[in-house]
Design a protein around this ligand. Structure first.
Ligand code: ZN
Ligand code: ZN
Length: 412
């Protein structure tokens, strides 16, 4: 189709500056909620592209929004606008730089957005509806969940669909992502000389160790695909001082968000039992819950069809498709707006969260694959804009899926 070819041309035309954008973010890795340079680089990118309303520090210090309002469309503004959102992530990992390739996520989102805008500008009469393109810069995916904060702030309201893509070892319209609850558990006891007056002390390390063991015992009663994993972050100062405060960090994961309250209640009993046994006080701080991804078959199919025309080789390995079980704050987005987060090959077999992946995400070799993912995403958006019945089925599927999952949540 000519418009799709035109769209790919628009993205290729911006290839050099898109590469500069992701190289810039890659060369200055920043941790969750501290992505000031990445934020500024994206804001400058859209300001320079022209025509965008750029809202820096949008609702969060390192989030941003860029919006472009297209012309009225063939129906003279009677229909639409259809609001398409592209998401950019850009946080890095401690000690490893961009080992998850989020610099490339930023590039994909920016590429798809400027490409689609440029195409609509040149061919407005071909579009049956008015088009609005929104880019959301969403910080803190690796730690904290910036998208969950942004949902709470209403940042996704009004969008009809959201699209993003994540670097991986293969092309896949979807990979399993599970729900996640992360938390900090703190025990407070009383210090004392551990040899002279041990009876005066209340041992917070004992509480931490009991907590760890309680959860290890609990693990054998969990469903096979539930996960509990944690660390002792602080365990005391010196052997001859009874530790008076300790800290653990835990992740609880279940296949769906509906099971999170169940595992959370079980874990909480373990935390509290350890406090009771030792006489310590316990504080549990639950942070943002990440939801599993509410899938959208129509969007996945469109992405796959478009990707194939660009030469993507989608994995059919069931092991890959079903066994990976990381978590993402995109899951939460998928429950408020229909959307997909496909995965894309970047020219390397290195695994995410390794130094080798950091190198791959900054390599020139990743560029054609990154632009290809952006093209497949933008083409998917184009399908929805040109064929309103497809957008309707995307929305219907989303509403049905959400209703089904909400019912499960209520049952627990
Ligand atoms: Zn990651
Ligand atoms: Zn990631």
């Amino acid at each position: 189709m000519d418009l799709k070819r035109g769209l790919c041309g628009c993205i290729d035309a911006a290839g050099e500056r898109l590469h500069r954008l992701s190289a810039d973010i890659w060369s200055r890795p920043e941790l969750a909620y501290q992505e000031r340079d990445a934020h500024d680089a994206l804001a400058a990118f859209f300001a320079r592209d022209g025509g965008w309303t750029v809202e820096a520090h949008f609702k969060l210090e390192t989030a941003l929004r860029a919006t472009w309002e297209g012309p009225a469309g063939a129906a003279g503004g009677e229909r639409g606008p259809v609001r398409v959102g592209f998401l950019c992530e850009y946080d890095a990992l401690p000690g490893m730089g961009h080992a998850c390739g989020h610099n490339l996520i930023a590039e994909v989102g920016a590429a798809a957005a400027v490409g689609l805008k440029s195409l609509v500008e040149r061919n407005a009469a071909e579009f049956p509806v008015a088009v609005q393109v929104t880019v959301l810069g969403t910080p803190a995916e690796e730690q904290g969940g910036g998208k969950v904060d942004l949902i709470r702030e209403g940042a996704f309201e009004g969008l009809d669909v959201v699209l993003m893509a994540h670097p991986s070892q293969e092309d896949a319209p979807y990979l399993l992502c599970v729900a996640l609850q992360d938390m900090t558990v703190k025990y407070r006891g009383r210090p004392s000389h551990a040899a002279c007056y041990p009876w005066e002390g209340v041992n917070a390390l004992d509480a931490a160790v009991l907590c760890y063991n309680n959860l290890s015992v609990l693990r054998q009663q969990l469903k096979p695909n539930w996960r509990i994993h944690g660390i002792i972050k602080h365990g005391g100062l010196k052997p001859n001082i009874t530790p008076d405060h300790t800290e653990l960090e835990y992740y609880l994961r279940t296949p769906t968000r509906a099971e999170i309250p169940v595992i959370k209640a079980k874990a909480e009993m373990c935390f509290r039992a350890a406090a009771m046994a030792t006489g310590c006080q316990v504080d549990v701080e639950f942070r943002n819950t990440f939801d599993d991804i509410l899938r959208n078959a129509t969007l996945e199919r469109l992405y796959e069809e478009n990707g194939k025309t660009l030469g993507m080789d989608f994995t059919t390995d069931q092991e890959v498709l079903t066994s990976g079980s990381g978590s993402t704050d995109f899951g939460n987005v998928s429950y408020v707006v229909p959307g997909i987060q496909p995965y894309f090959y970047i020219g390397s077999s290195a695994l995410n969260h390794t130094p080798e992946y950091t190198a791959a995400a900054g390599d020139d070799k990743a560029q054609p694959y990154t632009l290809r993912a952006a093209k497949a995403l933008a083409m998917t958006a184009l399908d929805l804009l040109l064929r309103p019945e497809l957008l309707q089925s995307v929305k219907r599927e989303f509403a049905e899926g959400k209703l089904r999952e909400d019912q499960k949540l209520q049952e627990n």
